[in-house]
Design a binder for this molecule. Structure first.
Ligand SMILES: [Zn+2]
Length: 508
């Protein structure tokens, strides 16, 4: 999956303004006091900005009031595309029109005084009809998901540590889902990562429920629309996906996550069409679900396991997708075998097929260069599976060197413990160094560096022979046979009995 990595990261894997420009939201325009406007209050914990987002029942328009403790000279949208759907902006409470740059959508606030608020309106119907470039926004009959960068105008140069609050004002029966923590007053708290990370909000008629898990609560919102899967089936799917990840990570440091499930008729025959892990202001997953997929088809599909694995890991810069996607692809198959969704042979077969896709998928660059160019070259398979080949080689080397007492699982737990820090993005070089330090020998860099520098896909034939993975049918089929390292091969995919997953403090 093309996990949405934008700016700093992330991990990735889809109408007119009715009249009222909500100048004062019925509060009496003339001299509404600051508190009435809902603007930021001064103080050490006060937000720098507050946005109130008010949608109508048809989701045809969004009226926004944005208030700033220290109004900047100019406000800009989080995404340059957002200007297309900006209808107009006025200074609140006076209602005087503000200059808007037609190309950038920048709103001129140079005339605004301290504590200024701005009312602006977004043609939500047109925005949602546009699709906004794939997975930025999409609507169903009575709900939608949207990239908040299309909605939240903010200072062009955000001071370090900029913080905000968002309040949703919605008609009865509609609700909102966001990855942002909820404050006591019901507003959502945005830290600095909300402004430079990827996120999606959902509004409208949502089916919402909480799925508890060892990784922390998953706050699920399902957009309306026909679907064969039930809420209970979606719950079991997410429970199973989190439980598979717990086979590596156990129940450490619970992190709430927003999960958006979107019934989506576009795509192939797989039950889940697309997934994306996000970290903008909090953990979030976007999952596009085949409306025809029934409950039994969902537990054990790979995408939700894959995206949840991303969230267990430290955030890795998108230039280094070989590492974030490599270990995640590897575990997407291995964990399904351990959890009993695939046989060991099926898991090795899928890994082999992935490596072959990676071998065919490059553009002649080295793996390191291919990672940096992935956004434009779209050589996803080369990057994902080149990285997965490195993950396999690491796992085998760790198990061999330790006599089976250590594995890549320990390395992943170490990375989570050392480096999963909210708001911190790492280069692969930093994390490989952290792993070498943990192992007290340069095992990780020694294996990765030649393959990262090579224009050829890693030659896995020697490793396959050692592990006892024989090819037949012209190289298409994998057959396990006895070999020197076949005990390691079998340990990698060994079924883990329920209840025997990793727990903190377990012997390695
Ligand atoms: Zn991924």
């Amino acid at each position: 999956m093309r996990r949405g990595a934008r700016r700093a990261e992330a991990a990735w894997d889809a109408p007119v303004l009715a009249a009222i420009i909500l100048l004062c939201a019925g509060l009496g325009c003339a001299c509404a006091p600051r508190a009435t406007l809902g603007g930021p209050q001064r103080g050490p914990d006060a937000p720098d900005a507050v946005w109130r987002l008010e949608a109508d029942a048809a989701l045809s328009r969004l009226s926004v009031r944005a208030c700033f403790a220290d109004p900047p000279e100019v406000l800009v949208p989080g995404s340059p595309r957002a200007s297309r759907w900006l209808v107009g902006a006025v200074l609140a409470p006076r209602g005087s029109a503000l200059r808007v740059d037609g190309d950038s959508g920048a709103i001129d606030l140079s005339e605004a005084g301290a504590g200024a608020c701005v009312d602006y309106t977004i043609d939500l119907a047109a925005l949602l009809a546009s699709g906004s470039g794939g997975h930025g926004a999409r609507r169903s009959a009575a709900s939608a998901f949207i990239d908040p960068d299309l909605l939240l105008w903010r200072p062009r140069d955000l001071p370090r540590g900029y913080r905000g609050r968002v309040r949703f004002v919605l008609p009865e029966g509609l609700s909102a889902s966001s990855p942002w923590p909820v404050a006591d007053d019901g507003s959502r708290v945005l830290d600095a990562t909300a402004f430079d990370g990827t996120a999606r909000i959902a509004v409208g008629r949502l089916s919402r429920f909480t799925v508890p898990s060892k990784r922390g609560p998953m706050e699920v919102a399902v957009l309306d629309g026909e679907r064969a899967a039930t809420d209970r089936g979606i719950q079991r799917w997410l429970e199973a996906s989190a439980a598979a990840n717990a086979l590596v990570f156990g129940a450490t440091d619970p992190t709430p996550a927003q999960v958006l499930v979107i019934p989506s008729p576009d795509g192939d025959d797989s039950p889940v069409r697309f997934g994306m892990a996000m970290r903008g202001g909090g953990a979030g997953l976007l999952l596009l679900l085949d409306p025809r997929a029934h409950d039994p088809a969902l537990p054990g599909e790979w995408i939700a396991i894959h995206e949840l694995f991303h969230l267990e890991m430290p955030a890795i810069r998108k230039d280094d997708a070989w590492l974030s996607e490599g270990v995640t692809m590897y575990y997407s198959e291995v964990l399904r075998a351990r959890a009993g969704f695939l046989t060991a042979t099926e898991a090795w077969q899928r890994l082999h097929e992935g490596f072959e896709r990676g071998r065919r998928g490059g553009t002649g660059r080295s793996l390191a260069e291919e990672s940096r160019a992935m956004g434009s070259s779209h050589a996803y398979m080369r990057v994902y599976w080149g990285g997965a080949a490195i993950a396999l080689a690491w796992d085998v080397a760790l198990r061999e060197a330790s006599g089976g007492r250590r594995s890549l699982d320990d390395a992943m737990r170490h990375l989570q413990a050392c480096c999963r820090v909210h708001g911190r993005f790492w280069s692969a070089a930093e994390l490989v160094e952290a792993l070498d330090d943990w192992w007290e020998a340069p095992l990780f860099s020694r294996i990765a560096e030649p393959w990262l520098a090579s224009q050829d896909f890693p030659d896995l034939a020697p490793l396959r022979a050692e592990l006892g993975l024989e090819l037949s049918d012209g190289g298409d089929r994998v057959r396990p046979v006895p070999a020197r390292l076949s005990p390691i091969r079998d340990a990698i995919t060994a079924r883990v009995p329920p209840g025997a997953e990793h727990r903190p403090g377990d012997a390695p």
